[in-house]
Design a protein around this ligand. Structure first.
Ligand code: ADP
Length: 330
């Protein structure tokens, strides 16, 4: 089966700054793919190169098996939803959604049919005549999506589309977006810095760091088997812990998450609590080992600064001195 979207060796610089370095990626049809990374790592630029708004210095882009690297945006069969939705403020909802179809000279009846259908799917039928500046942020997001969907592109490109919504609405909007994508069976290429979004939405997530894809896998694999220490530190509520690997070579360390540790008064290891922070159901304990290494543990029982806790590491990964994961888990 041809990939819906394929990136081969995509490289891009802004002056001396590398924003994409040899990016290889292949998206399956119907896949929800998330590009995740801190801000300034090149996520938007990657999306804009797929859209055709930016040109790569090297590499090629294929959509539906057709090379589009040097085609203008309107010849690529992609739709983009921007962070600020870029709705036309002087038009009502209906005319906003109709706009891309009018530009393609669709007949009026066909435009109307398409808009009614998409409005029904997205639950915005009753606001079709409202001016876009009178509807809520969540509704604006759905209108922006409707406008993107109505052209039935091969790939949807979404650049942080939920970031302008307040936290409560964002949660619902996220669930809706996932549902819509599944109903449409469309391929989504989605950029965010928010790992909760990647976790909730993605079939697979690609972690971007300094223009390089550090790891591409389902989100739970990013959490459980980070390929690099950088991914281990970036993914999760707190960074991964590292301690020297007694069985490993020089510079080798074991990496483990707070929830892979069992606190147990008969445990083989000990650490002294420096700080305790209550976060919902668990207490995070910032501890120091007798060797002076800082680690973060998790406890259901409260512990205070100065206390010594004993523990055992139930599960861990091994990392070489190059920061890369060693294949066999300990
Ligand atoms: P992200 O989406 O991960 O936040 P961007 O792709 O927006 O990252 O930007 C990556 C880097 O490239 C940033 O340092 C940004 O300042 C820089 N950058 C983005 N667009 C341009 C441009 N048109 N010209 C020069 N530098 C740019």
């Amino acid at each position: 089966m041809t990939a819906q979207l394929e990136l081969r060796g995509i490289t891009k610089h802004y002056g001396k700054r590398v924003v994409a370095e040899d990016v290889q990626l292949s998206l399956r049809a119907g896949e929800f793919f998330v590009i995740l990374g801190p801000s300034g790592e090149g996520k938007s630029t990657l999306l804009r190169m797929v859209a055709g708004i930016e040109t790569p210095d090297a590499g090629s882009i294929f959509i539906d098996g057709r090379e589009v690297t040097h085609l203008p945006p309107n010849k690529r069969n992609v739709s983009m939803v921007f962070q600020n939705y870029a709705l036309y403020p002087n038009m009502n909802v209906y005319r906003n959604i109709a706009f891309p179809l009018k530009m393609q000279f669709f007949p009026r009846e066909e435009i109307d049919e398409k808009i009614r259908a998409i409005a029904k799917t997205l639950g915005i039928t009753d606001i079709l005549q409202s001016p876009v500046n009178r509807i809520s942020g969540g509704q604006q997001q759905r209108v922006a999506l409707a406008r993107a969907i109505v052209r039935s592109p091969s790939v949807f490109l979404l650049d942080e589309p939920l970031s302008n919504l307040d936290a409560r609405v964002r949660f619902t909007a996220r669930a809706e977006l996932k549902k819509i994508q599944q109903e449409l069976g469309q391929t989504f290429f989605y950029v965010t810095h928010d790992q909760k979004e990647a976790e909730a939405l993605s079939d697979r997530t690609g972690v971007l760091h300094q223009g390089r894809l550090e790891q591409v896998s389902p989100f739970e694999v990013l959490y459980n088997e980070p390929e690099t220490r950088w991914v281990g530190d970036f993914v999760g509520d707190v960074p991964m812990n590292y301690l020297p690997d007694p069985e490993g070579g020089p510079g080798e360390e074991i990496g483990f998450r707070p929830d892979w540790v069992e606190l147990d008064s008969a445990g083989p290891l000990s650490a002294s609590v420096e700080l305790a922070e209550n976060m919902g159901e668990a207490n995070y304990l910032v501890c120091v080992t007798p060797e002076g290494k800082k680690i973060i543990l998790r406890s259901v029982v409260r512990h205070g600064p100065g206390e010594t806790v004993r523990f055992r590491i139930a599960r861990a990964q091994r990392y070489g001195s190059d920061g890369r994961r060693k294949p066999s888990p300990t």
